[in-house]
Design a protein around this ligand. Structure first.
Ligand code: OGA
Ligand code: ZN
Ligand code: ZN
Length: 376
């Protein structure tokens, strides 16, 4: 970066990033001023190279600002990493593809792609090794799920699993929910019925971004599990039926859950995209779509598109089939992966405990593990 290049940087941006102790609290790194407190007509008055800038001690640039005479010192490394280039795109251009939550930053998969490389780990290794924890959490972020094996088959253990990387999201089902045959079910999940690929709780806003399913018993005939990468299916829909894809990103769908004590509703498209059009969130649950109230023409195009997407989601080559054994705990991204199970004999013993959590907590845990790894 040259002195001339610095004078061409957007002045409010550069000043907003002044690292001095008057602008940022040195203890927390948090900003101390409001954008409205910066002088109007801000401009770089003078620039000079300095040998030692900031905490890193490397070379940098000192800027004296017009009209208020404030002095800012920027490390050259910081400018290289963060300054926009002439095209207005960040040098670290990957950041412009999204926030890490979209298809742009995921490894999309079909069942075959996971042959021999399901992200899994034993509970003991997971709890005792930083590397293993990092690998497991990275699996959830990149592939949308991970499978922990030999998790103790204890009541409420699923909550302990969630607390290894984040915070349990309590809901009207409680801190955890029992997936087993109930005498008076308020959800088809609590019967022996087949459950086709779906995301959970699309009737919540915000939706739980992570789900855990811990298998305590699975002795019933049937009750096998399936996972489908919803981002992959959405990308296939866009490639093959772009108009249907567009409809599903545009038409808000009402989802509802109601029982004696609860009535939850949310309105969201089946495929959520970010401002750049990248797939960021799938909500798909045939059990909980409400009666839609839209103009007839919209309903026609919505139902045609919904059906095409559902057909893709049912393709066996997209679905990873497996069977949960006692001690298995599945952790997955409920905004991306769809999960399913086959029907099972209600007379047989099958019992899972499920819980919800959120991915911001998991991403934080992973970032801290990586920091620790970098220091080690
Ligand atoms: C659920 C669910 C799957 C299963 O409870 O949300 O989809 O394997 N259960 O029973
Ligand atoms: Zn400052
Ligand atoms: Zn479910």
């Amino acid at each position: 970066m040259s002195a001339t290049a610095i004078t061409r940087l957007p002045a409010p941006w550069l000043r907003d990033n002044c690292p001095c102790a008057d602008c940022r609290d040195p203890r927390t790194g948090q900003k101390l001023f409001q954008i409205t407190e910066l002088p109007g007509g801000l401009a770089v008055g003078s620039v000079r190279e300095v040998p030692a800038a900031g905490a890193g001690g490397g070379p940098g640039w000192e800027v004296v600002w017009q009209p208020d005479g404030h002095r800012s010192v920027y490390a050259a490394d910081w400018l290289d990493a963060h300054a926009p280039d002439d095209a207005g795109e960040g040098r670290s251009g990957h950041r412009l593809t999204g926030d890490g939550r979209t298809e742009a930053d995921k490894e999309l998969w079909a069942a075959r792609d996971l042959d021999g490389r399901i992200p899994e780990a034993g509970w003991d290794a997971y709890t005792s090794s930083r590397e293993v924890r990092e690998r497991v959490l990275d699996g959830v972020v990149r592939l949308g799920f991970a499978l922990l094996r030999d998790v103790p088959c204890r009541d409420r253990m699923v909550l302990d699993v969630a607390r290894t990387f984040g915070f349990v999201r309590e809901t009207n089902y409680g801190e955890l929910f029992e997936v087993r045959v109930e005498a008076e079910p308020n959800n088809l999940a609590f019967t022996g019925a087949r459950i086709t690929p779906h995301t959970d709780n699309p009737y919540r806003d915000p939706v739980p971004t992570l789900q855990l399913l811990h298998c305590l018993r699975n002795e019933a005939r049937g009750g096998d599990s399936g996972l489908v990468d919803g981002f992959h299916a959405a990308a296939l829909l866009r490639e093959r039926e772009p108009e249907a894809f567009e409809v599903l990103t545009r038409v808000p769908v009402e989802f509802v859950f109601a029982d004696a004590r609860t009535e939850l509703r949310a309105h969201r498209p089946l495929i959520g995209v970010d401002p750049l059009g990248k797939v960021r969130e799938i909500r798909f649950n045939n059990r909980s779509i409400a009666t839609l109230h839209r103009p007839a023409a919209v309903l026609e195009e919505f139902y045609a598109a919904y059906r095409l997407f559902a057909e893709l989601l049912e393709r066996p080559e997209l679905r990873l089939d497996f069977r949960l054994a006692p001690g298995d705990c599945l952790v997955f991204d409920n905004t991306r992966l769809l999960h399913a199970r086959t029907a099972f004999a209600e007379s047989g013993g099958r019992h899972l405990q499920g819980a919800y959590a959120d991915i911001d907590g998991l991403l934080s845990a992973l970032a801290v593990l990586r920091r620790e790894g970098a220091r080690a």
